[in-house]
Design a binder for this molecule. Structure first.
Ligand code: GLY
Length: 358
């Protein structure tokens, strides 16, 4: 077992990483957190795979068997679905002492956190992420969101969970495409923060992709440690935390232009990182070339290098970027690399992105 702490004064919390830990959660919630009631929020597909273990533990601890299911994936991150969850929480008689436990991937983490932060002005959230992307990114750091027709994650809050409970064995059943997409977020934190971890990924990518327990646990742990450190330094993204958006400006635009079903979030981030790394080179922000190393590692992981129809769709991508949350006074806070392991944010006017290439 290993644990990582997110240090945020009275909102500090533990991230526990351990294979086959789902059944234990109920006893820990009851024993360490004094919880007397939980509602489990999950999706139908994840419920089939992982809920029985988790529920058995919650029931053994006397924490009830209430369960709310929402549709899978990004399409469920809407105010309409959130409204349905509020209705069910009211019907179940959830109160301010109820802990909402979210079991699922990144979209479920975002939606559950949003509901938990707004229901009764905020109830406790526990994240139990079941995809690699959710384990290393979405479940940690307290960002919650639903989407708006004009853009992804435009409505949301900061609401730190009370506990994050990561079972790397849950990834054994994850489709390979989802696993690869999650690896993009692992590469991201290495690229912006830790050159030694990046080099380790270059040595160990295949072992992690084979989901060998030790390398996989190391990759998850180091990614989570970096995220916890950054969030501990800048919870509300006033500065440093923006570095975690490396690859996301173009990534979100790629998702918006190509459709959330067609391109996974991690795939879009992978392409966005290559774009941002090349832009770092063409704007001479970087001392020595970095994009080739990043592109090579992402290619070995099996992630795409460029969006389909980039030349025809260039304007559409720029238009999508213009509604991004990171736009201030007409300029985009673009995360660029100074070297592998060190990043910076530079304001770039949207037209300046035309200098970028895949
Ligand atoms: N996914 C970026 C962040 O949590 O700040």
């Amino acid at each position: 077992m290993s644990t990582v702490q997110v240090m945020l004064a009275d909102r500090s919390y533990t991230i526990r990483i351990q294979r086959q830990c789902l059944r234990e959660l109920g006893a820990v919630l009851k024993g360490d957190h004094g919880v007397s009631r939980t509602v489990l929020m999950t999706t139908r597909r994840v419920a089939r795979l992982h809920a029985p273990e988790l529920r058995a533990g919650l029931e053994d601890a006397g924490l009830g068997g209430a369960q709310i299911e929402v549709p899978d994936g990004e399409a469920a991150k809407t105010l309409r679905v959130a409204q349905r969850v509020y209705d069910q929480l009211i019907e179940l008689g959830a109160d301010r002492g109820t802990f909402l436990v979210g079991l699922g991937g990144g979209a479920l983490c975002d939606l559950m956190g949003f509901v938990a932060s707004t229901f009764l002005r905020g109830i406790a959230a526990v994240q139990v992420p079941t995809t690699l992307l959710a384990q290393v990114d979405a479940s940690v750091g307290g960002k919650t969101a639903v989407n708006h027709a004009r853009g992804k994650n435009l409505i949301g809050t900061f609401h730190q969970p009370r506990l994050v409970w990561i079972d790397p064995a849950a990834l054994d059943t994850l489709p390979v495409r989802e696993f690869r997409a999650g690896m993009a977020e692992v590469v991201k934190v290495a690229a912006i923060w830790d050159a030694a971890f990046f080099a380790w990924l270059e040595e160990s990518a295949e072992a992690v992709l084979r989901r060998q327990p030790e390398p996989l646990a190391h990759a998850i742990r180091r990614a989570v440690e970096i995220k916890a450190e950054v969030v501990g330094l800048d919870e509300r993204e006033l500065g440093l935390r923006a570095l975690l958006n490396f690859g996301h400006t173009m990534g979100h635009a790629i998702e918006a232009v190509n459709g959330y079903r067609r391109i996974r979030h991690g795939e879009a981030v992978a392409m966005g990182m290559i774009f941002a790394a090349r832009l770092s080179e063409s704007l001479a922000v970087v001392a020595s070339p970095v994009s080739e190393r990043i592109a090579n590692l992402l290619a070995r992981i099996g992630l795409p290098a460029a969006p389909p129809d980039w030349r025809e769709q260039r304007q559409a991508h720029l238009h999508a970027i213009a509604v991004d949350k990171k736009v201030r006074d007409g300029a985009i806070g673009m995360v660029l690399l100074e070297e592998i392991g060190r990043a910076t944010v530079r304001p770039i006017p949207p037209e300046g992105l035309l200098a970028g290439e895949f």
